[in-house]
Design a protein around this ligand. Structure first.
Ligand SMILES: [Zn+2]
Ligand SMILES: [Zn+2]
Length: 190
């Protein structure tokens, strides 16, 4: 079990993910258009998207993501009225992560907010590449076969059920105890 150091590009927002091991979470690369839109809207595509438009996301329970500094810089974007809550550091427009409503025990931590030099070792390899239809270029088949999306969803749902049972949905770094977001979401419709 290890901690993963987190920091925005300019350093004003920082924190850590705790109890990180490859088995303790799921690491996926998402190629959906909304993840790309989020990165592009922040002008952060270069630091966020891989060569095929993918966002590298480490999925962990809320209680294991801690923000220690810079809460006041955290901002929220939703790409539609009911879209994901997409969190970023307003100071330097670094994507931080995604979440659903506060009762869902899941946060997707985006690699652009991970500053740990040992990150690859601690989080392990990508276990699934998902929403391949949104890829901006042909993904090498070797990458896809090494991280098939088949069975990934079952694995994630299993983890979420166990996180919920173990009370790891709280505290949530982005929602106050009564459930309101720490920063009011800005909603942009396409
Ligand atoms: Zn910053
Ligand atoms: Zn996505």
């Amino acid at each position: 079990m290890d901690n993963l150091a987190l920091q925005c590009r300019c350093g004003q927002v920082s924190g850590r993910a705790i109890k990180v091991t490859p088995a303790a979470a799921t690491r996926v690369v998402c190629y959906c258009r909304d993840c790309q839109r989020f990165a592009n809207w922040l002008d952060a595509a270069e630091q966020t998207l891989d060569s095929w438009g993918g966002t590298d996301i480490f999925q962990l329970p809320p209680a294991r993501l801690q923000i220690h500094q810079g809460h006041e810089h955290i901002r929220c974007l939703r790409l539609s009225e009911k879209g994901l809550y997409r969190w970023y550091a307003g100071c330097c427009k670094t994507p931080i992560g995604n979440s659903l409503k506060p009762s869902v025990p899941l946060i997707g931590l985006i690699s652009s907010f991970v500053s740990d030099s040992q990150a690859e070792l601690k989080t392990g390899p990508v276990c699934a590449r998902v929403n391949l239809g949104g890829a901006t270029a042909q993904i090498p088949s070797s990458l896809i076969s090494a991280a098939p999306s088949r069975s990934y969803l079952l694995r994630l749902l299993g983890k979420m059920a166990s996180w919920k049972l173990r009370g790891l949905g709280r505290p949530h770094p982005f929602f106050a105890p009564r459930g309101e977001p720490i920063s009011p979401p800005q909603i942009i419709e396409s």
